[in-house]
Design a protein around this ligand. Structure first.
Ligand SMILES: Cc1ncc(COP(=O)(O)O)c(C=O)c1O
Length: 482
């Protein structure tokens, strides 16, 4: 498939990072391919067309394409252009360091999962007389999830719950059921990339509401904050078909909405008739305060439609693939009707395990809080000492640090990190149109040894990026203030 120059220049964003133009361009194209933002097999625009779109000489494009060809990720076919392709065999590095994956902000499986599973298996025989296909989820699990909402101040009945294959499935199901081609969806910027993928796959147009415009402009604020004024204005101005928000410990920034902000957003959503898709996948990950998060659904709705998504991925185990949707029962029925087009429901055994885990959730959350506190404190202290020029935010919950590099070098850093056997996700993966080249997301979920080794290699990668002539731009660069 061919990618147009408009789409590609959008994805490239700020690709010039102060090195040779052709090298900067090649590096950014490689990161787009490796991150999956440009699919393997995509045909790039012709050199002349690309040069015009980017405002550079044709020689720059020819040289950038040559670099990619030499790396084995661009294939040029006489008369049919140049195709970006992932290498079919993993490229070996020499010497090959142990690969450390800091690209996923997920905790390890809850250590008592084998016991929970054994308990769940004992209940399996009671379910074997049924077909085992059910688009809503096991009644007992729906009841357990509903009970937890009710206990935390949001009265919920089992009919309000649909069990899904994780939160991502829940988001995608809502997107393809509620959205039509060209519908506007307001999203926080930055946001969770796979949710954005799901809205785009449903044909929606994304409207970014900057989460943190003040903090981006001045790094005095430790943690990220919501720019609720912007969000409310965007809802009123765009009257979108959906707004997707992560009100507690937003991924990637860790920001949370306060009570007053929740109310203002609900009022604006009610006025504009915009359903709110509230992703609470990370809501239980409070690090500093030992209390149970209040669900967004517990705030008076003022007539707004609130659809909540939850998951056990960040508390129990991502490998369980259990999430859910909480919504008005008519919408739950509509979603269940739409479901078989994509999947035939959750596995019974995993739902039984999930039910056991929900019974143990208070204890699991307490333990997760300790783990995340250690991870955060260790990663924060280490990064501040290894790379003092980076701004490492102070977060009070969530899974990751949204680190500010002080220069638009995130893609170059990711590439240099990969060469040293450590994988992190470039800031631009969380933005629309190549935004956030000055940010990198560092998960705090890895164990101490992995964090130490991974972050040390990343600091080394940073030194290499800097000394390779990527001058970057300073924090007072007008582009930054804008
Ligand atoms: C905010 C957010 N939503 C959804 C998901 C997807 O979660 P699940 O594994 O439950 O599909 C994630 C996982 O990273 C996430 O961080």
């Amino acid at each position: 498939m061919l990618i147009g120059t408009t789409a590609l220049t959008g994805l490239l964003g700020e690709w010039r990072v102060g090195g040779h133009a052709h090298a900067d361009l090649a590096a950014k194209l490689e990161v787009l391919l490796l991150d999956g933002r440009v699919a393997s097999g995509t045909r790039l625009p012709a050199e002349r067309e690309m040069a015009k779109a980017l405002g550079v000489s044709r020689t720059t494009i020819v040289s950038a394409y040559r670099v990619l060809r030499e790396k084995g990720i661009l294939r040029s076919i006489q008369g049919s252009g140049s195709v970006l392709e992932l290498p079919s065999v993993p490229r070996r590095r020499d010497p090959a360091p142990l690969d450390l994956d800091l690209s996923k902000a997920v905790p390890r499986a809850w250590h008592e999962l084998p016991d929970l599973s054994a308990r769940a298996l004992q209940r399996l025989p009671h379910h074997l007389n049924h077909a085992g296909i059910d688009f809503f989820g096991l009644p007992d699990l729906r009841a357990a999830i509903a009970r937890r909402y009710t206990e935390r101040g949001a009265p919920t009945s089992p009919e309000n719950i649909l069990v899904t294959l994780g939160a991502q499935h829940a988001i995608a199901l809502v997107a393809r059921t509620l959205l039509g081609r060209g519908d506007r969806v307001v999203v926080e910027s930055p946001s969770y990339p796979h949710a954005l993928d799901a809205f785009l796959a449903a044909g929606a147009r994304l409207i970014a509401s900057p989460l943190d415009s003040r903090a981006e402009a001045s790094l005095e604020n430790g943690a990220s904050t919501y720019d609720t004024d912007q969000l409310v204005d965007t809802l009123r101005g765009a009257r979108p078909a959906l707004a997707y928000l992560m009100p507690d410990f937003q991924n990637p920034t860790g920001a949370s909405l306060d009570d007053d902000e929740r109310l203002r957003i609900l009022r604006a959503a009610a006025q504009t008739g915009t359903p709110l898709l509230i992703d609470e996948t990370t809501a239980d990950l409070d690090i500093d305060r030992p209390f149970v998060a209040t669900p967004f659904a517990a705030v008076p709705h003022h007539g707004a439609t609130v659809i909540t998504v939850g998951s056990l991925s960040k508390t129990v185990w991502s490998g369980l693939r259990i999430g859910w949707i909480r919504a008005d029962r008519h919408l739950i029925e509509r979603l269940a009707l739409a479901r078989p087009a994509g999947d035939m429901g959750n596995a019974v055994i995993e739902q039984l395990v999930a039910q056991e885990a929900i019974g143990d959730l208070p204890r699991i959350l307490e333990s997760r809080r300790d783990e995340l506190r250690h991870g955060r404190d260790h990663a924060t202290a280490l990064l501040r000492s290894l790379v003092p020029e980076w701004h490492v935010p102070a977060i009070d919950g969530g899974l990751a640090l949204w680190v500010h590099l002080g220069a638009p070098l995130s893609s170059a850093l990711v590439q240099a990190g990969r060469a040293r056997g450590v994988t992190v996700t470039a800031g631009s993966r969380f933005g629309i149109d190549g935004a956030f080249e000055r940010r990198v997301r560092i998960p705090i979920t890895a164990d101490q040894a992995t964090l130490t080794e991974g972050l040390t290699r990343l600091a080394d990668a940073w030194t290499a990026v800097r000394s390779a002539g990527h001058a970057g731009r300073s924090l007072s660069d007008p582009a930054f203030v804008a």
